[in-house]
Each structure stands twice: as structure tokens, then as C-alpha cells.
Design a protein around this ligand. Structure first.
Ligand code: CP3
Length: 368
């Protein structure tokens, strides 16, 4: 993609690349500054919905692809070129730092991360050694290349939050009820705290590598935190996630916090130290803003399944999201969860264009 292919309002002016990135609609919205249009990106915008991704990945395992900077760069750029989204999201996975410290795991297509030997005892904890930047040199290298290619388009780095990582490690794979995880959380608080603390340090190290290599924002994915009641989240999870946010605060890059089904936790997700709270489709953004409180931007929240409906219905639902976001200080348009693999990529491209056009006509006359 070349810099002059940006949507209206995002053209590079005389600014340096770094200056133009800092002034992008995405980063301005994260900072709750006025924008000329609502910025859009999609969780899982890179991946199986794109034929060019499927082609590139042929015969290459997911986790292997994450260690190859040439592939990571190309896969990260694919949705930016195709959809003209306002941010790139680094192509990697929440389990990459765990793989990098030697945890024996794999990502099974259609299933998700599977851990050969789950972590359930104090002795197992020793296998969770700290992440050294040298363990993920391929991340530093890929981001270095990407930032050059992206021009003014910001790159979102990310990590899995301690609870979500703990769930994969303890259950040994994806879980509906998180029963082993909760058994340890309620039954052995000292073990639990030690585990989450180690995972907080690993997530922090992974985010720092990405920020130092050039990521302009970071998102902490606590995808499965919605399985918890607020009191349990506050007591058993929030301290570890807060530690991650505090550890990267000094970089000054926006910090986004997101989980699925977290309607009852939105205030706590903000309280953990995020600048932007990600919202799924179950809570309208105006209500989410009340729950989160002042001083935070919101990201979301179109139901990813809406993209399977006819174009007029997608646009009507996008209008609802924009309408609920009217009056918010900072709104980044996204889906309420990741792009579903069988989504028509053209529907995503049209949605980006629609949100840009609609929001530009609604926006106050502030030009960025
Ligand atoms: C829970 C979680 C995981 N990984 C991630 C989360 C948090 C976000 C969420 O809640 O969805 C985060 C993630 N995973 C991936 C990204 C890359 C960037 C992007 O969003 O485009 C990101 C941000 C690539 C990926 N991660 C994965 C794929 C698909 C692998 C493939 O193409 O074969 C991609 C593109 C695999 C993966 N990895 C994981 C799952 C559940 C799966 C899906 C398994 C499947 O359905 O096949 C764990």
C-alpha cells in the first residue's frame, strides 16, 4: 500500500511518517481528540476470510508462520491494502510468547490453542520462565519491516491477558466452562496469584518488544474474562492485568482492553488501566460509556455475524453503532469480536467505506 491510498482525511501532508501516524484518526480517537471520520479496524482482519491469506498459509502451520517475518509482514499488510482500514493489527497469536519460552503447544485449525502438558501444579509453574526479547527476535524484525511499509497507518500490537492465557494453559485448550481454571482460582489462591503474576510479566515483556519495535498502540485481549463475576474478576484477575497496563504506561501509547461478554465488567476493564475499552455487541456503546465512566475511549461493536446479512442490513446495523457512539469523546469502530472465517471480505471492505463516509458527514467540522 502506498501512503497516498489513504481514505480522505488521512492523506499525508508535510508531516514526517511518525508525525502522520501520531495524527492518524485511529490514534486521535484513542486519545479522545476530534477526528474527521471514525477510524475502523477489525479484530482478526488478517486471516482466513482473505483468499490471499489462505494462499500464503498453504502448507505452513499457524505458529510457524508467526516466526517468519516475511510472512508476518505480508499477512499484516493484506487487510490494510484490501479494506483500507485505519490500523493494522500485528499478525501473531496470544500464545506466541508461551511457545517462545518453550511451552509445548499448537494451534489446531478450527479448534484453537492446545497445550500438550497443562499447567496445574506448583512444579508446572517453573516451566513459565520470563520472556526475553531475544526469544522473539522474529517479532522485532517483522515490526521493524512493517512500520516502514505502513507509512502513516498505525500498528496495533497485542498480548493475551493473564486470565485468558491461564485458561488455555490450565485447561489444555479452549474451554466452555473453564472448570479447571476456576477450581484453581477458588481453591488455591496462592498458586493462582503466582501463575497470574508470571503471565502478567510474560504479557508485559511481549508488549514491550512490540512497542519498542514500533507498535503505536497495544491491545490486551482478555477474551474469556466474561466468564467471571465482577467480584471474582476484581479480586483474582484485575491485579495481574493492572500490572501489565502499569508496566507499559510510560511509553505513552494507547492501551486497549477487550474481552467477550464483558458487559458486567466494562467499568473494571477500564479501571485496570486501559485508555480504550473494547465492547462486544451485547451492550450498546452509549450504555457502555455509562458503565466505563468518563476519560476512556470506546472500541466496537458490530456483531461479526451481521456481516452475513444483506448489505442494507449491515449498513443499518453500522448506523446503529455510529448513532450510539454519537457524543462519545473517542470511538474506534470495530466488530464486537473477531472476523468470522467465512465472512465475505467484500462485505468488510464495503463496511469500512460506509463507516468512513457516514461518520465524515456526521463529524463536527474538525479536520485532521
Ligand atoms: C483467544 C485468542 C486467540 N488468539 C487471539 C485471541 C484473542 C482474540 C479473540 O478473542 O479472538 C488473538 C489473535 N490471533 C490472531 C491475531 C492476529 C491479528 C488479527 O486479529 O488479525 C490476534 C490478535 C491470529 C490468528 N490466530 C488463529 C488464526 C487462525 C489460524 C489459521 O488461519 O489457521 C489467526 C489468523 C488461531 C487461533 N488462536 C486462538 C484461537 C481461538 C484461534 C482460532 C482457531 C480456529 O478457529 O482455527 C487464540
Amino acid at each position: 500500500m502506498s501512503a497516498n491510498e489513504r481514505p480522505p482525511g488521512q492523506q499525508q501532508t508535510g508531516l514526517s511518517a511518525a508525525g502522520a501516524t501520531a495524527d492518524s484518526a485511529f490514534l486521535r480517537a484513542c486519545r479522545r481528540e476530534p477526528v474527521s471520520h471514525t477510524p475502523v479496524w477489525f479484530m482478526r482482519q488478517a486471516g482466513r476470510s482473505l483468499p490471499e491469506y489462505r494462499k500464503l498459509r498453504e502448507g505452513i502451520a499457524m505458529l510457524d508462520s508467526c516466526t517468519r517475518p516475511d510472512l508476518v509482514t505480508e499477512i499484516t499488510l493484506q487487510p490494510v491494502r484490501r479494506h483500507r482500514v485505519d490500523a493494522a493489527v500485528f499478525y501473531s497469536d496470544i500464545v506466541v510468547p508461551l511457545m517462545a519460552i518453550g511451552i509445548d503447544l499448537d494451534i489446531k485449525p478450527g479448534v484453537g490453542p492446545v497445550v500438550e502438558r497443562p499447567i496445574r501444579t506448583r512444579a508446572d509453574l517453573e516451566r513459565l520462565r520470563p520472556l526475553d526479547p531475544d526469544d522473539v527476535k522474529y517479532v522485532t524484525e517483522a515490526i521493524g519491516a512493517l512500520v516502514g511499509e505502513l507509512g502513516a497507518t498505525p500498528l496495533v500490537g497485542f498480548a493475551g491477558a493473564p486470565f485468558t492465557l491461564a485458561s488455555y494453559l490450565i485447561e489444555g485448550g479452549p474451554s466452555r466452562n473453564h472448570e479447571h481454571t476456576k477450581a484453581l482460582m477458588y481453591g488455591d489462591p496462592a498458586f493462582w496469584a503466582a501463575l497470574l503474576d508470571r503471565l502478567a510479566d510474560i504479557a508485559t515483556a511481549f508488549l514491550k518488544v512490540q512497542i519498542e519495535a514500533g507498535a503505536s498502540a497495544v491491545q490486551l485481549f482478555d477474551s474469556w474474562a466474561g466468564a467471571l463475576a465482577p467480584a471474582d474478576y476484581r479480586r483474582s484477575v484485575l491485579p495481574a492485568s493492572s500490572k501489565v497496563f502499569a508496566a507499559v504506561a510510560g511509553y505513552g501509547v494507547p492501551r486497549i482492553h477487550y474481552g467477550v461478554g464483558t458487559g458486567e465488567l466494562l467499568g473494571l476493564l477500564g479501571e485496570a488501566g486501559a485508555d480504550v475499552v473494547g465492547v462486544d455487541w451485547r451492550v450498546p456503546l452509549d450504555e457502555a460509556a455509562r458503565r466505563v465512566g468518563p476519560g476512556k475511549a470506546l472500541q466496537g461493536n458490530l456483531d461479526p455475524a451481521v456481516l452475513f446479512a444483506p448489505r442494507a442490513a449491515v449498513e443499518a446495523k453500522a448506523d446503529e453503532v455510529l448513532e450510539a457512539a454519537r457524543g462519545l469523546e473517542g470511538h474506534i469502530f470495530n466488530l464486537g469480536h473477531g472476523v468470522l472465517p467465512s465472512t465475505d471480505p467484500d462485505a468488510l471492505t464495503r463496511l469500512v467505506e460506509y463507516v468512513h463516509t457516514q461518520s465524515a458527514s456526521r463529524a463536527p467540522s474538525v479536520k485532521v
